[in-house]
Each structure stands twice: as C-alpha cells, then as structure tokens.
Design a protein around this ligand. Sequence first.
Ligand code: PEP
Ligand code: MG
Length: 574
Amino acid sequence: MNFVLHGASVSAGITIGHAHLVSTARLEVGHYAIAEDAVEDEIARFNVAVGRVRDEFAAIESHIPPGSPAEFGALINVHRMILEDSTLSQVPQDLVRERRCNAEWALVQQMERLVEQFDSIDDPYLRERKADVEQVVERVLKALMGTDTPPAPQLAEEKNLIVVAHDLAPADMILFKRHHFGGFVTDVGGVTSHTAILARSLGIPALVGLHHARHMIREGELVIVDGVQGVMIVDPDPIVLNEYQLRQSQLEIERQKLKRLRTTRAATLDGTPVELFANIELPQDIAQVLEAGAQGVGLFRTEFLFMNRKDLPDEDEQFEAYRDVAQAMEGRPVVLRTLDVGADKALHGDGHVMPNPAMGLRAIRYCLAEPQMFLAQLRAILRASSYGELRILLPMLVHPHEVEQALTLLRQAKQQLDERGVPYAASIPVGGMIEIPAAALALPIFMRRLDFLSLGTNDLIQYTLAIDRADDAVAHLYDPLHPAVLQLVARTIQTANRAGTPLAVCGEMAGDLALTRLLLGFGLRNFSMHPTQLLAIKERVLKTDLAQTRTLTQRVLRSDDPGRIRELIAKLNS
Ligand code: PEP
Ligand code: MG
C-alpha cells in the first residue's frame, strides 16, 4: 500500500532504497520466573550479554573510519561508561536474585527507573542522555535475546538500504558509514539529538519524529526518503518513483555543477564582492571548508571540544586544536568563538542549576563566572594565533562591562604568556556576537569597543520572539521572517555598515538560500554558514542584481504583513 509519513528533516537530499527494520528489543521483552537453583545461571547469562556488548563497542571503536568526526569516539566512550556503571551492570543482577525474574525483565525494570530520574532533570542536555541509557540497554537486550537482525540475504548487498528504527544510537551511525547505508528514519528523536548531529555530518538524508514508521513499514519495502520536504513515501507507485528518480539525478547534477564555482570569486552581477565564510564545530570539519573553497572560518563553535567528555580540555589540548585549524586555513581568517556553553550545551557534571537556562548563566556570562577556565581558553587561542590569522569572538553580549571584563582577562592572558616567554599575535582582533535584541538595538556600545561583529540570528530570533529554539512544542512559531526580526536584522547591518564596523551573519539565516538576496539587500557582505551550503549560496550571489534586490528589500521592510513579506521574498528569488 502506498502512503506518506511526515517527519522533521535532519539532513537534506533524496534517497531511494529498501527498508531495513532495526529491531527495538525493549518492546519484545517477556517476564517469567526463574527457579531458585537457576538464578546464578541467569546472572551468568546476563554477564555474558554485557561482555558481548563490551566486545561490540571495542570492535566499533577499532573500526572507526578515518576522518570520522571526533564525536564518534567520544560517544562510544559515553556508552561504554554507561554499560560499566553499576546501576546497569550490577543492579539488574541484584533484581534477578531478589525477584527471581529473567534478566531481560530485570534490566528493563532498572532502565525504567533510571529513565524516570532523567525525566525530572531540568537541563535539556542531561535529559537527552536518557536516550544514551536506552540505547545501551537495547544493545544488552539484543545480546540477551539473540535478536540482532541482519538485513535479509537479498538485501544484504544493497548499498542503499534505508534504516528504519524506533531510535538509533550514535554508535550505530558509525556502522552506517562502513556499510554505506542510504539514509535513515526514526520514530523519535529531535533534530538536535546527537544522532541527528552525526547524521548531518555524514551527509545522508535522514528524518526523525516519524512516530509510527517502525510499525507501519515492512522489511524490504521500497521507500523514498525526501530530506528536502521532510517526507517518507512508502511503496511509491511507478509515476512517483520516476519523478523522484529524476529529482534525485537533478540534485546530483546540480551538486556536481556547483563544484565548479569553488574558486570563483563571490560577487553580485555589478561586481560587488561578497565574503563567504564557513561555520565549524570541530577541527576535522576543515576538510569540508577547504573543499567548499570558503574564504575563512567565520564561526568555530569551540564548545564542541568541551562536550561529551568528563574532563575539560586543558590549555595544551585546546592550543593544538586551534593551531591545527589555523595552519590548515593557511593564512585565511579563522574566527574562534569563545566557549558558548549553558542552555542546551551544558558541560558534563556542571553544577549550575538554572530555572531558565536559555536566559541564565550562558556563553560570556558563564566564562566571566569561571575566569580560570576562560583564561585557559584565551591563552590557548593566543598561542595558536602565531600559526595563522585568528580572531576572537565573544558570544551573547548584552552589557558593555562584559566586553570590558573580557578584554581585561585577555590582557591578563597576554601577560601570563609574556611571563612564560610564549609568542602570540599581540593585536589579535576581538569581536562580539550580536544575538540578544538589546545588543542589536544598542549597537554603538559594542562597535566602540570591538573590532568586528557577528550577528547570531539563531539566538536573535529565539530572544526576539521568546521561542525556545530547542523546544519542539513551539518550533512552529520560530520565524526568521517575522517583521520584528527583519527590522532588527536590517537595522543592525545598516548601523554597522554606516560606522564602517565589519559585520557578518553566522546564524542559520546566512545559509538559507531563500534569504540570501534579502540579506544582500539589507547591505550584508559577509556570510558564514555550514560548508555544505556555501557553493549554492555563492551561485545565488553571482546571479543577483543588487539594484533590483535593494528596491524589493525596501518594500519588504515597509510591510508588516507576513503574507505580503513572503510574496515579496518569492519575487526577490524569482
Ligand atoms: C546563533 O545564535 O545564531 C549562532 C550562530 O550561535 P549558536 O547557533 O551556536 O547559538
Ligand atoms: Mg548563538
């Protein structure tokens, strides 16, 4: 039967292939009593299963494909720690003894207890770790029940299998890379989950939040995953299949054609130059940046070096990461954003409990509250500045004294390096992120004190519209085209331009093809985005008539009607 399922797109593109169902062992667990003299055997069976999962993790770790994001290794480590924790490795054994129940049942009981505790945690990042516990339990259950479901023999050789799962562990994503799966869909999961982040970095079409896909799709059924529209088509009829095959080959031709623009200078039709920079999370992302021909790194989200680990990277480890990026970029600018932790990016074991983390001790506020940690990062950046063209970017500014304090700490870090006789670029530029409406409205405060600015539209929209960007329940209200957002973005760009302060946009708006001309019309000349978006944006810039764009953009700014704004933007892009 032909039907369509809707989900949230994690990774764009179209893939067509046969479904491979990944079993959710947890749903199939039975409950039975164990005779007293069989209890120790049952516990031994449990320990054998735990041992088998331990071996699986070791095998996955030793087969991590070269060039995989460092997060892969770190996440397997997290899963290994969960497996070895006595709450999962010992307590189920106690339950088998006390209640004389089967090991599967004991394990699921213990997991439910743990999951309940996670549900009561306020911090969304820690709450997400619940999924890691469930994924580890799932693995042990599969080992206990012997239900590892390999693809059916007729599918085993197929390169384009689409994995259909209730949920997926990040560790499974590594197997995707080795087995060249074509895509994946899951019933649960948010677009900000670790699995989603890893899928994006693998570049395979993926959807999450399909709710009932695991139960509605049969093994081996032909499916289409459309990551562009966020839909999955099951058992498509020949006309739809044909249409999608065409679209798929068109997308591939377009992708190949775009590669030719790699070394083309970005400029509008009248020759106005436009700078296109890339955003990265980890030093490994540099390969993609170079492949896209970016003019520099406009945003290095350094906090990802601090996540998924128990300890914090020390000054030396950070220095090496920053130096590697600086060297790889061979003199092109690299903007390192200082630690933007807090909100949905909490550090492991962080004791700060906040009633409203998005508005709490986040980003620069956190760094100023932890000066030793901040100083270590500043020293690491300064040391790396001898190896390339580095710039420092301070996140989430709102008060002038935050800039003053950060600059004081930077002077202190320089002095500490002077005492150690370590070289650094003494005049390293310092910029600030404008991502709170108050900062956008009071821009001169920051222009006076800083060398450059970067507009973080993701947070600017969140704080302007009072929409938590990580909350699925209000995601439909998150709107970059809200008249208030457009006024604020346009005004910020124009104020910086008039004062001659360099300003980039590094939020998701910069990589949104539908908004390129609008931002050019506002006067933006520096965009920073995920490297995979860069060449498409360059193509749009190259085809832009700036004079015409400016006229339409003025009309967008004069309108307060969302429908009319959308019409004008469609015209701008036609
Ligand atoms: C932003 O807020 O737009 C931004 C670029 O920073 P992040 O998405 O990391 O908060
Ligand atoms: Mg931000």
